[in-house]
Design a protein around this ligand. Sequence first.
Ligand code: B12
Length: 223
Amino acid sequence: MKADRNTELVKANLDALSKCAETGKGNLLELAVEAAENFATLGEISDALEVHFGRHKADTKLISGVYGKEVNKDSTFIKAQQLADKFAEIEGRRPRVMIAKMGQDGHDRGAKVVASSFADLGFDVDMGSLFQTPEEVAKQAIENDVHFVGASSLAAGHKTLIPQLIEELTRLGRPDILVFAGGVIPAQDYDYLFERKVAGVFGPGTVISESAITMITKYLEQD
Ligand code: B12
């Protein structure tokens, strides 16, 4: 489409969009529709606006205490907490997990639920920002010296982004950081992920304290 479209017209449309963003004069939606009708891409339209507006950086705030308050008498919850304490005794610090969202996937609800629950279970939790690349996640995980990365994937990026993350961790010399996957991942893709060294997959309906027990157990088994 790019080869066949009227390049000058598209450029004029995109310039008009940037100008409208800058001056506040005109109608952004109308100009965006016009640009799209002339086959400007969504990326180009976004870039034209970004010139003036900059790029939104999603800020993730975590809460704690909610999960623990609800399930603190549950035997699996207690077992997971005890295991987290045992982990701290053996390793000299609490289990540390980074919850990551990669690619175009904006479903952050599960990631936040999991992150705050892990904190209540006695993990140190880092939360990546939305829309990170596998390289960015690997860098942050290494800088924060986490034991685990939990990649939450609900928009079908699991077969590309999660193996790329593992490759990057290996390239940077930290293949020991265990990578787990969670979210909407079809059962037929599990083996594909296991073959690429994903340490475990947790789908919808996962009981979070059970996933914590699996993660800690896998880590301690490899020592
Ligand atoms: C809520 C929702 C949305 C909300 C998201 C709000 C938000 N801020 O998160 C909104 C409306 C924005 C949305 C948008 C879209 N959505 Co939507 N969405 C859902 C829905 C209904 C529920 C997801 C959810 O929040 N569940 C509750 C949380 C708590 O559960 P969870 O994330 O699964 O997490 C649990 C487990 O998976 C696991 N887990 C998850 N991560 C991790 C990580 C670790 C480390 C561990 C241990 C465990 C773990 O533990 C959690 C607790 O049990 C699902 C359908 C479904 N039933 O899953 C579709 C769904 C995910 N959406 C889908 C789609 C297609 C979209 C859109 C592309 C629609 C569109 N055409 O625009 C957009 C994409 C936007 C984007 N950029 O990503 C599809 C994805 C299909 C696929 N994967 O192939 C689904 C599956 C619906 C469907 N059946 O088609 N969506």
